[in-house]
Design a protein around this ligand. Structure first.
Ligand SMILES: Cc1cc2nc3c(=O)[nH]c(=O)nc-3n(C[C@H](O)[C@H](O)[C@H](O)COP(=O)(O)OP(=O)(O)OC[C@H]3O[C@@H](n4cnc5c(N)ncnc54)[C@H](O)[C@@H]3O)c2cc1C
Length: 286
């Protein structure tokens, strides 16, 4: 196996164009598992660790642009305050060692429905920036992930960054696992409030072939919440939101849990997450 080590993004893209079968490696926390279990044996690996453009983050037009190679640890520390939902999700990923190496770019590259970085990206309408020697494309995250461990990347493309709006309201991420840490989600849920748009965005993880936006639950909550008076959320509205989240899921039975359990759990997560975010919003200065 040949290890290619580009120093710039241009070099990395040339290498990917010349070797379309090459597998990029960022933190390696997914790819090394695949290699160790002999699930993949690429002829070339492109090590992206030294490509500075992938390690940067900044702002453009009020949006955060985060390089694909920024680790979870850096993301939590350096942009966590602006992106609380993604930061909460990032804190649940693996262990400190995994968070030091692992990246949201790698989570996008794997495109697992259980990837914890994905529901917050969906609930923020994030955009994935990909590039090749032919040019670059910006793909809404909901179109980027096309199926379980499938995405819209062409063979000669790399993920360069993702663009995400800083939070304008409270955000939550809840995850159920078979233990407290180092666990793949049985199911998860991101709920983000966007008060300026009077919008609630909710995305389910690990309960369908891709992360799933619970659009009926979103529309119900946006109409049910009293945005101006900030009135308390009634129990029946919270339960109805939970029921609509539950109805949006498309889980299967697998080693981590049954479909029936996932449906039930998502109803509970939905109810709680809406209450938590709304109560936080009510407590903020108008
Ligand atoms: C012990 C352990 C615990 C874990 N716990 C969790 C968890 O709690 N939650 C969770 O979501 N995940 C978890 N994971 C999985 C993994 O850590 C995450 O998916 C992580 O985000 C992968 O990032 P990475 O940088 O290590 O990716 P890598 O392994 O380097 O790459 C992952 C995939 O993306 C591709 N890729 C990487 N960068 C690019 C790029 N720039 N352009 C195109 N393709 C690219 C690679 O070719 C590969 O297919 C865990 C893994 C381990 C080993």
């Amino acid at each position: 196996m040949e290890i290619l080590r580009p120093d710039t993004l241009a070099e990395a893209l040339e290498m990917k164009a010349a070797h379309p079968g090459a597998r990029p490696i960022a933190g390696g926390t997914d790819l090394m598992v695949e290699l160790n279990f002999d699930r993949t044996r690429p002829e070339e690996i492109i090590d992206l660790a030294r490509v500075p453009q992938l390690l940067e983050h900044g702002r453009s037009n009020g949006t955060r642009r985060i390089g694909a190679g920024v680790s979870y640890t850096r993301l939590i520390r350096e942009v966590g305050e602006e992106l609380p939902g993604l930061a909460i999700a990032s804190r649940t990923v693996g262990s400190p060692q995994i968070r030091n190496r692992g990246t949201v770019g790698g989570n996008l590259g794997t495109s697992s429905p259980a990837g914890d970085g994905l529901p917050p990206l969906f609930a923020s309408d994030a955009v994935v920036e990909v590039a090749s020697v032919r040019g670059s494309r910006r793909i809404p995250v909901g179109e980027f992930v096309t199926g379980p461990k499938r995405n819209a990347l062409e063979d000669d493309e790399l993920i360069v960054a993702f663009e995400i709006a800083p939070a304008t309201g409270p955000q939550q991420f809840s995850k159920i696992g078979t233990r407290n840490a180092m666990v793949i989600a049985v199911c998860s849920l991101s709920v983000h409030l966007w008060p300026e748009q009077r919008a609630v965005k909710a995305c389910i993880g690990s309960a369908g072939p891709t992360p799933i936006r619970a659009t009926e639950a979103e529309a119900f909550a946006a109409a049910a919440l009293d945005w101006d008076a900030r009135a308390p959320l009634g129990g029946s509205a919270a339960r109805q939101f939970g029921a609509l989240v539950e109805a949006a899921a498309r889980p299967i039975d697998d080693v981590r849990g049954t479909a029936a359990y996932r449906h039930h759990a998502l109803g509970v997560l939905g109810r709680r997450a809406l209450q938590w975010t709304w109560n936080e919003y009510r407590g903020r200065d108008a």
